[in-house]
Design a protein around this ligand. Structure first.
Ligand code: FAD
Ligand code: COM
Length: 522
């Protein structure tokens, strides 16, 4: 279908995306009457390809996106961030219902069982509206050219083939993302074993007992949802939870609050163990996961009917390595410099394809960085420091140094913390704000945690850490303030205007200490 000259509404796009998800015909939006050569062809129209394309077009360049799915936006709206946030919101709601079961206006939740299958189906029935918006915005508002529902085959560094037609460009931008990585163990193909992608596309029964294999963010997030839904869940992880290599700057007190919180909610957390085998019954359905203690070698069997694989992802670099000869790292990531240039001239790579952190900010910003360089700017991206977050039943956000990291680098570290150090969590219903007010009144130990790490000599803040709800947004701006060349001091924090009860209490707590020439913990 060629839609280049057709104005398609969001509503029409919903129907089209759903129709084209079932068939292989391409959706073509290419300005055939434009005689200019493409400045870049973006292979993959996920967050990286779409934002790179948008920026390049805004700068006056000509681009083409090719994506094998019938929509733009990639894995985020289809299988990743958007369902993740739906599941985490469900987990938070369900958690509240369990704690307040039979109290106030809450119904008795003793036997509460939420259907995981129903929430997955809810997501699948709603996700096309996000897809539709991506297609509509990209065409009608951003003036992007694209071919969807068609795989791109690279011929050389200037040529791409799509459904038998060859397109030429000055540059290629590779942004095909990453695929879930599976442990090489027996039973991985049994019915009842799902990764984040198959979980959305293929779940066809109601899980009763779950083993999450892998302690990744997805493992913590989805595992917390399964447990909150009433499906008893164990997480098996080689490294301590939240101490995997993909997470940096995790503060130990914050980690303790989160992991203890997961245990309090009944989750089984088995660290220092690796999976050995997934066992099935005679119908080929999962019945147990066998795991091994990495220290003693001792094995144990965890009964379950649902195994969720959360052992990370691998960049989809193989085709480009073979055809273009781009240099690739040990974990399959395409190696790029800070301009997003690969080892092959005129070929850029972006997003999850270039390895961790596999996060939206990096996908989008690396796409934009490639675009700006292609359009003649000298533009670099450094993602060594960035704000981070994940969900348990809480929203957990952090940026900058953890307390331990700060103590290794600075002599005079000052901590502002809530609940304060040495005070049992249950003794103080703080911090509390959006989403934790009810907990503060009835279960003070559940109302959250916060910490600011400060260099007492320069008075600069080194890190912020928060568990609660509603503060994630602030961390984007706190990250910016921390990364300014001059940083931000406790005094400047104290002179901000808080919107009390602010989800994180950093401003007023900093103000309480800012008057003192010699900073002390709070
Ligand atoms: P993708 O979005 O994966 O896009 C790649 C595109 O390439 C796809 O559209 C695919 O169809 C296309 N493609 C592949 N092969 C071809 C081919 N041969 N020809 C044409 N097209 C092709 N990050 C956050 O910041 N916040 C979150 O809350 C968050 N939640 C997540 C939850 C989960 C469960 C997961 C797995 C990830 C999550 N992420 C989150 C990470 C985030 O989703 C990724 O970092 C981001 O989507 C990567 O964007 P990308 O453009 O690199 O790749
Ligand atoms: C968001 C997808 S779900 S994109 O980053 O706007 O393309």
């Amino acid at each position: 279908m060629d839609i280049t000259l057709t104005q398609t509404t969001n509503r029409q796009w919903v129907g089209l995306v759903e129709e084209y998800l079932q068939k292989s015909e391409p959706i073509i939006n290419v300005h055939r009457d434009d005689t200019r050569k493409f400045d870049a062809i973006f292979i993959g129209g996920g967050a990286g390809g779409r934002f790179g394309s948008g920026y390049l077009r805004a700068m006056g360049g000509r681009q083409l996106i090719v994506d094998r799915w019938p929509f733009l936006g990639g894995s985020c709206p289809h299988q990743a961030c958007v369902p993740h946030h739906l599941f985490s919101e469900a987990a938070r709601e369900l958690d509240l219902m369990r704690w307040f079961s039979g109290k106030l206006w809450f119904p008795d939740a003793t036997n509460l069982r939420a259907s995981i299958l129903e929430v997955v189906r809810l997501f699948k029935s709603g996700r096309s509206s996000a897809h539709a918006f991506m297609n509509w915005q990209s065409k009608e508002q951003l003036d992007l050219e694209y071919i969807l529902n068609a795989s791109a085959t690279v011929i050389d560094e200037h040529t791409v083939e799509v459904v038998g037609e060859r397109f030429q460009a000055d540059n290629l931008v590779l942004g095909v993302g990453a695929a879930p990585l599976h442990p090489d163990i027996a039973g991985i193909d049994l019915h009842g074993v799902y990764d984040y992608s198959a979980f959305i596309e293929e779940l066809d029964f109601e899980p009763q007992r779950c083993v999450v294999i892998g302690g990744s963010k997805t493992g913590i997030e989805y595992g917390s949802f399964f447990q909150a839904a009433g499906c008893p869940t164990a997480i098996v992880t080689r490294k301590p939870l939240m101490r995997t290599s993909s997470l940096h700057h995790v503060d130990e007190d914050l980690r303790t609050f989160v992991v203890d919180g997961m245990k309090k909610r009944g989750m089984q957390i088995i660290e220092g163990h690796e999976p050995v085998e997934i066992k099935g019954d005679s119908d080929g359905h999962v019945r147990a996961v066998v795991i091994r203690d990495m220290r003693t070698g001792e094995e144990q069997t965890l009964a379950c009917d649902f195994a969720f694989i959360a052992t990370g992802e691998r960049p989809r670099s193989e085709h480009f390595r073979k055809v273009l000869g781009v240099a690739v790292g040990e974990k399959g990531e395409i190696l790029v410099d800070r301009h997003m240039r690969t080892s092959v001239p005129h070929v850029y790579a972006i997003g999850d394809l270039i390895g961790p952190p596999m996060e939206m900010f990096k996908a989008r910003r690396s796409g934009v960085t490639a675009a700006r360089n292609i359009m003649g700017e000298d533009c670099v991206l450094d993602w060594t420091n960035y704000p981070d977050f994940l969900h348990s039943t809480y929203e957990i956000s952090w940026v900058g140094l953890s307390e331990n990291e700060a103590r290794e680098r600075y002599d005079n570290v000052v901590i502002i913390q809530m609940p304060p150090k040495g005070v049992p969590w249950g003794d103080v219903p703080l911090p509390c704000a959006e989403g934790t007010m009810l907990y503060a009144m009835m279960y003070p130990e559940l109302s959250g945690f916060l910490k600011a790490v400060i260099d007492g000599d320069s008075r600069k803040v080194l890190g912020f850490h928060h568990v609660g709800y509603g503060a994630k947004d602030a961390f984007q701006y706190l990250d910016h303030l921390l990364r300014q060349p001059q940083g931000i001091t406790i005094d400047e924090m104290g002179s901000m205007n808080e919107l009390f009860l602010n989800p994180e209490h950093f401003i007023q707590l900093c103000r309480l200490r800012a008057g003192s020439p010699h900073l002390r913990d709070l």
